[in-house]
Design a protein around this ligand. Structure first.
Ligand code: FES
Length: 79
C-alpha cells in the first residue's frame, strides 16, 4: 500500500481531516501529549475511531524519538 501513516503530513483522521503533522505540533506544544488531547482539539476518535491506534503508535514512537524520521524515509529491517 502507498499509504504510510508515518510519513509526515499524511491524513490520519479521515473523519475530521487531521494529519500526523497536526498531531505532532499539538504534542510538541504541551508537556502532557496524548491521543485524548487530539480528541479535544480536533475531535479525533469521536466518530469511527479508526485513527486512534495510529495516533497511539505515532505518539509512542515520537516519545521514543523514532518518529518522525530524519531525512528520507527508509524501511527499517524489522524482525
Ligand atoms: S478517522 Fe478519526 S474519528 Fe474516524
Amino acid at each position: 500500500m502507498d499509504w504510510d501513516f508515518r510519513r509526515l503530513g499524511v491524513n490520519i483522521c479521515v473523519c475530521y481531516q487531521v494529519t500526523n503533522a497536526q498531531a505532532l505540533a499539538a504534542w510538541q506544544a504541551t508537556d502532557q501529549p496524548s491521543v485524548e488531547q487530539l480528541g479535544r482539539l480536533f475531535h479525533c476518535g469521536h466518530h469511527c475511531a479508526m485513527c486512534v491506534p495510529y495516533f497511539q503508535s505515532l505518539l509512542q514512537e515520537w516519545k521514543q524519538g523514532t518518529w518522525p524520521p530524519t531525512g528520507d524515509a527508509c524501511r527499517n529491517a524489522s524482525g
